[in-house]
Design a protein around this ligand. Structure first.
Ligand code: NI
Ligand code: MN
Length: 228
């Protein structure tokens, strides 16, 4: 299984020849190193409607004929573009053939701006991807919430992808608390340094994680990939 970081909150997972893309923001993403027009994508997972996550979903889904998985309201929005969609909500798991996807809560907002007004897209979410015996948690944009403890108790999370940028999401201190509750084997920080408002010293986060012993903090630069 290969995990590629495309910058900000965008990750690509390759598993048995299937390509899963989460929050595909490339155009206008100052961190993106990849030309998204060359990607082969089977499944797009969306955590919420904000620009820096919804990104190039429509264009990529049209070109690759990819299936879009999203919270119901956002899935309905995507289906206006004649795209294949799969609506889910919190607590639901669906088996997609190559693995299962579980939608979980995130503490944030979800909207799409059109002509200066916000169109609301329901609730934002996070995902647990269960691929063979591996579990990857993409938290989406979220504040720290107490039920992360429940996720940690219920699932043996191998890799947690957590926002650390602060301002819109948890910052470093809260992300460390999240790791204490989720107990993943590996944590990869995301959603930092893209904009001036989310500037963070990522080494501080990795150093805090090192002290926990049971978890390894891995810093991926945009374009980097990692085998698990
Ligand atoms: Ni957001
Ligand atoms: Mn965001």
């Amino acid at each position: 299984m290969k995990l590629t970081f495309h910058g900000h909150a965008c990750f690509e997972i390759e598993h048995y020849g299937k390509h899963i893309l989460i929050d595909p923001w490339f155009k206008g993403n100052p961190q993106a190193k990849t030309d998204y027009r060359n990607l082969q994508v089977d499944l797009i997972l969306l955590t919420h409607g904000h620009d820096d996550h919804f990104g190039d979903t429509i264009e990529i889904a049209q070109k690759c004929k990819a299936l879009i998985v999203a919270p119901t309201e956002l899935a309905y929005y995507c289906s206006r573009f004649n795209l294949a969609t799969h609506a889910m909500y919190f607590g639901g798991t669906f088996h997609f053939g190559f693995g299962s996807v579980k939608m979980v809560q995130a503490l944030h907002g979800s909207s799409i701006m059109k002509n200066g007004t916000s169109e609301y897209m329901g609730n934002p979410c996070g995902y647990l991807l269960m691929l063979n015996d591996r579990i990857i948690y993409h938290a989406g944009d979220t504040a720290l919430f107490g039920d992360m403890k429940l996720l940690g108790e219920t699932y043996k999370i191998d890799v947690a992808l957590l926002p650390i940028g602060d301002n819109y999401t948890m910052g470093i201190e809260e992300a460390v608390k999240a790791v204490e509750m989720l107990k993943p084997k590996v944590v990869i920080p995301m959603h930092y340094n893209t904009f001036p408002t989310i500037t963070q010293n990522v080494d501080d986060f990795v150093n805090y994680i090192e002290k926990l012993h049971y978890c390894q903090g891995i810093r991926l630069n945009p374009g980097d990939n990692w085998e698990l």
